[in-house]
Ligand binder design. Structure first.
Ligand code: ASP
Ligand code: MG
Length: 407
């Protein structure tokens, strides 16, 4: 017998028919002799709808009341799933965030889980009752309803699994697992049997959003083994695990891309100490995330160009911050380009292998794709390229690292 947490996303919970499908999966685990806690999302589209109501009511909606509204989507699905499970003859009850409670910070709309009371929940599970827990919601120190930020039910599920010391945390979604790249671009992308927490975090940060990033950070910290799998098939999914559980390491786990990129070049800034601090200080103060940075060698007239990337959604804000600091920085002009994308290869295998970046640069060069900027971490190499080459780049890299499925 095992204690398992099953988490179902919005697509899996969208409507009573789908909820019946979810209930059938839960029953299977119960009949296999397991204790089961289920964490659910709101029906697909529901949270957007609720957020829309809040905006319509007032653009300056009180965050505490916003949470009262948006937390309801999960309350509905948890009650409905409990009703369906009961109708199948399974002892079941729902546990709302404030009832357990799941204690969070008071940062409404983006609260962090701090603690969870599990005594009553464990007793109920041990008595053979299925627990249904709405994801995304918690309770602030002031006793008010909080939510964890969009996509937060993944984090709820991992937190419940950690608090219950569950044997497994199965996250059911609308994809079959984690793939070597986006199958819409590369039809021969493969589903990975296992991926490490670190790789998963890097892939999420470059745009491959299967799990909320915070849920992976929490799983890594608490050593919760996650399985990502589909609600709509019976295939095994992808296990997200610790590095030493991945015995036969592939060099590269996946190729990811991010379209939310824009390039800024500051032309002819004085080449003297303190200039980069003058550039990036005000951007940091404005909470703008700078990612890739390239500083060119000074030209003979003692000036240099500095190029960096910011999220495309923050480009106009970055521009105005730099313009209002123009005098202090002392540059000639600003050039921006929002038709760029970042393509990354990620894999823990590169910690112990040289030449990974060269393979990437060579493969891109062979296709005439120009690299505009580069960044690396211990397990990732990213390049910035022109948007028009995105699909080609992802395809050639997928092939270059031997990731294509056998035809
Ligand atoms: N329902 C919430 C959202 O749409 C939380 C989640 O589904 O993870 O963001
Ligand atoms: Mg989600």
């Amino acid at each position: 017998m095992a204690l398992i947490v099953m988490k179902f996303g919005g697509t899996s919970m969208a409507g009573i028919e789908r909820i019946r499908g979810v209930a059938a999966r839960v029953r299977r685990e119960v009949e296999a002799g397991n204790q089961v806690a289920v964490v659910v999302s709101a029906m697909a589209g529901e949270t957007d709808r609720l957020v829309g109501f809040c905006r319509e009511a007032s653009p300056l909606a009180d965050p505490a009341e916003y949470d009262v509204v948006v937390a309801t989507g999960e309350q509905v699905t948890s009650g409905l799933l409990a009703i369906v499970l009961q109708s199948m003859g399974l002892a079941t009850r729902s546990w709302l965030g404030w009832q357990l409670p799941i204690d969070t910070s008071d940062a409404h709309g983006k609260a962090r889980i701090q603690d969870m009371e599990t005594k009553a929940l464990l007793e109920s599970l041990q008595g053979g009752t299925v627990a249904v827990i709405p994801g995304f919601q918690g309770l602030s120190p002031a006793g008010r309803v909080t939510t964890l930020g969009r996509g937060g039910s993944d984090t709820s599920a991992v937190a419940v699994a950690a608090a219950l010391k569950a044997d497994r945390c199965d996250i059911y979604t609308d994809v079959e697992g984690v793939f070597t790249t986006d199958p819409r671009i590369v039809p021969r992308a493969r589903k990975l049997a296992k991926i490490t927490y670190e790789e998963m975090l890097e892939l999420a940060s470059v745009g491959a959003k299967v799990l909320q990033t915070r849920s992976v950070e929490l799983a890594m910290k608490e050593k919760v083994r996650i399985q990502v799998l589909s609600s709509f098939s019976d295939e095994p999914g992808t296990l997200v695990v610790d590095e030493d559980e991945v015995v036969e390491q592939e060099l590269i786990a996946g190729v990811a891309y991010d379209r939310n990129e824009a390039k800024v070049t500051i032309v002819a800034v004085p080449d003297k100490p303190g200039v980069v601090a003058d550039i990036f200080g005000p951007l940091a103060d404005a909470n703008i995330n700078v990612d890739m940075i390239v500083q060119n060698i000074a030209s003979t007239n003692k000036t240099t160009d500095v190029t960096f990337t910011v999220p495309r959604t923050e480009l106009s804000q970055a521009r105005s911050v730099l313009e209002s600091n123009a005098e202090r920085i002392g540059y000639e002009r600003l050039v921006t380009d929002d038709s760029v994308v970042k393509v990354s290869v990620v894999g823990v295998g590169m910690k112990s292998h040289a030449g990974v970046a060269v393979t990437m640069f060579r493969a891109l060069a062979d296709r005439g794709i120009n690299v505009l900027a580069i960044t690396t971490s211990e397990i990732k190499v990213s390049v910035l390229i022109s948007e028009e080459y995105l699909e080609l780049a992802v395809r050639v890299l997928h092939t270059a690292y031997g990731l294509d499925a056998a035809a």
